[in-house]
Design a protein around this ligand. Structure first.
Ligand code: G3H
Ligand code: 13P
Ligand code: ZN
Length: 310
């Protein structure tokens, strides 16, 4: 069924695991993710960015997810990723999404509260849940361009007031993750501010926290890209051990997009390199879909711990 994340987060918090929130942009991605989740019986959040919506169209994505629910019979939450305006959130709520993110992290604290509150009021009246963000992640966010210099960790001092004043259902925090495939500089030791997460957890007991920019940038796929004509030197992500630790703490939703992109691109590059004469898209999209499926299954079982929880 198409569900909100409320029940998922409650169980994930209590169970010390996290729900995978995977970005979807086309049919093969939806199929790869949902077939994996089906095999290990995991609840899922499928999320759509403004860019995804522009690329594939709201209705196509909505119907692809509905098809996946029919095929898998899994509880799936359909979520807007990084909504930047009330209007975009409203459009997704009106269009059948069960969850939206309003990302006001680039606004002042007061403006973020006001914007988030406006979305929460509209969403809750229609049975839809809302995620907001405090602190700014480095890297590229959809419609929200944050340079390294503008990135800022979440201030634990602010979270209680923010959640109380907005009525938001979950909160994304900035503790050192970032979007994309280059999360740490070469030679830099990957590090996350678990002290901030612990402090947030203390101030917001039982409240679900969200981790963006949480791809591991799996070396196997980076190598597959680089060995088949690609050029992604020094691509580096969040070590899986850190994600496990976050999931055991208050983090209930872990966002993954870049890993899907790398798996898809790596397998297509490899296929093209090995089969230069082929031109039927089904031939190269099939291994791409399989790679996504394998990746997601591994994430669910070995990192998120959401297997068997659907
Ligand atoms: O937060 C970023 C997600 O990976 C979505 O990326 O805006 O290019 O679809 P996108
Ligand atoms: P990654 O770029 O690490 O996959 O993060 C995705 C994300 O946070 C989507 O909102
Ligand atoms: Zn994000």
């Amino acid at each position: 069924a198409l569900v909100t994340s409320t029940e998922m987060f409650k169980k994930a918090y209590e169970g010390g695991y996290a729900i995978g929130a995977f970005n979807v942009n086309n049919m093969e991605i939806v199929q790869g993710i949902t077939e994996a989740a089906k095999e290990v019986n995991a609840p899922l959040i499928l999320q759509v960015s403004a860019g995804a919506r522009k690329y594939a169209n709201h209705t196509y994505l909505m119907k692809l997810v509905e098809a996946a629910i029919i095929e898998t019979n899994l509880p799936i939450c359909l979520h807007l990723d990084h909504g930047d305006t009330f209007e975009l959130c409203k459009s997704c709520i009106d269009g059948g999404f069960t969850s939206v993110m309003i990302d006001g992290s680039h606004h002042s604290f007061e403006d973020n509260i006001a914007l988030t509150k406006q979305v929460v009021e509209y969403a809750h009246a229609r049975g839809v849940v809302v995620e907001a963000e405090l602190g700014r992640l480095a890297g590229i966010e959809d419609a929200v361009n944050v340079s390294d210099a503008d990135a800022a960790f979440t201030k634990p001092d602010e979270v209680e007031e923010f959640v109380t004043k907005t009525g938001v259902d979950s909160l994304a925090i900035a503790i050192g993750t970032s979007h994309g495939a280059y999360k740490f500089k070469p030679g830099q030791k990957p590090q996350l501010r678990f002290d901030i997460l612990a402090e947030v957890e203390k101030r917001l007991p039982k409240f679900p926290i969200v981790l963006h920019g949480a791809s591991s940038v799996i070396p196997e796929f980076v190598e597959m890209i680089n060995n088949n004509g690609g050029k992604m030197p020094d691509a580096i992500g969040i070590p899986e051990e850190m994600l496990r630790k976050a999931a055991a703490m208050a983090v209930c939703k872990i966002n993954i997009d870049s890993d899907l992109r790398l798996a898809m691109t790596g397998s297509i590059r490899k296929y093209f390199a090995e089969n230069p004469s082929h031109f039927d898209p089904r031939q190269y999209l099939k291994p791409a879909r399989e790679a996504i499926k394998g990746l997601v299954k591994n994430k669910i079982v070995n990192v998120l711990g959401s297997d068997g929880k659907a």
